[in-house]
Design a protein around this ligand. Structure first.
Ligand code: GTP
Ligand code: MG
Length: 197
């Protein structure tokens, strides 16, 4: 596996209008707040401090763009599912994320992260419905697998498949930002989805 050579933060976009028009293929990371999106990005780029790991879940309300090897852009979508946000904020989040999935021409694929320790939530299901509805190729990453016993993996996988009902071409892979499990497979899939190999 060819390692990533360069990774740089480009910008945080609070609206779709602010997104760049360079035509580079984009791969988005979607998932609940605290599920490990930023940690995933740091792991696959090998840069511990590239994306901020948040202590306060749900702080990021922007699309954070990272340019990888000058060839593709990873878009860290704002996390969902955090409690106690005003309806107005939730609405704005939905508009931004659904608008992005629906209309962004550069979008090639979405990596949806779900926590291996819990069954997917209603928000996870909603997110996957959007992905299916807008026909965006997807990979489901079952994260933080370092935190569950080996014997619980099969059941976790079954629950994810039952609740999200991914389409046939959608891989479901175990991932850990802690151990690096699944990172190579994920990066390979992302590059392929971006048309880089
Ligand atoms: P938001 O930016 O709020 O949407 O959260 P996020 O999805 O980017 O999550 P983040 O990467 O900030 O991780 C949240 C917490 O989970 C941090 O304390 C991480 O250290 C921890 N974490 C993330 N991935 C893993 C993992 O694979 N294993 C373990 N054990 N902890 C993880
Ligand atoms: Mg984050």
């Amino acid at each position: 596996m060819q390692r990533i050579q360069t990774a740089e933060f480009m910008l945080g976009a609070a609206s779709l209008k602010q997104l760049p028009r360079q035509g580079l293929p984009e791969i988005a990371l979607a998932g609940r707040s605290n599920v490990g999106k930023s940690s995933m990005l740091n792991r696959i780029t090998g840069r511990r401090k590239l994306a901020r790991i948040s202590r306060t879940p749900g702080k990021t309300r922007e699309l954070n763009l990272y340019k990888i090897d000058e060839k593709m852009i990873v878009v860290d979508l704002p996390g969902y599912g955090f409690a106690k946000v005003p309806d107005k904020v939730r609405l704005k989040w939905g508009e931004l994320v659904e608008g992005y999935l629906n209309s962004r021409e550069e979008l090639r694929a979405v990596v949806q992260l779900v926590d291996s320790r819990h069954a997917p939530t209603a928000d996870d299901v909603q997110m996957h419905e959007w992905i299916r509805h807008y026909k965006v190729p997807a990979l489901i990453a079952v994260t933080k697998v370092d935190k569950i016993a080996r014997g619980k993996r099969a059941a976790a996988l079954r629950t994810v498949r039952e609740l999200l009902e991914p389409t046939e071409g959608t891989p479901v892979v175990f991932f850990s930002a802690e151990t690096g499990e699944g990172a190579n497979e994920l990066l390979g899939w992302m590059r392929e989805a971006a048309g880089l190999k």
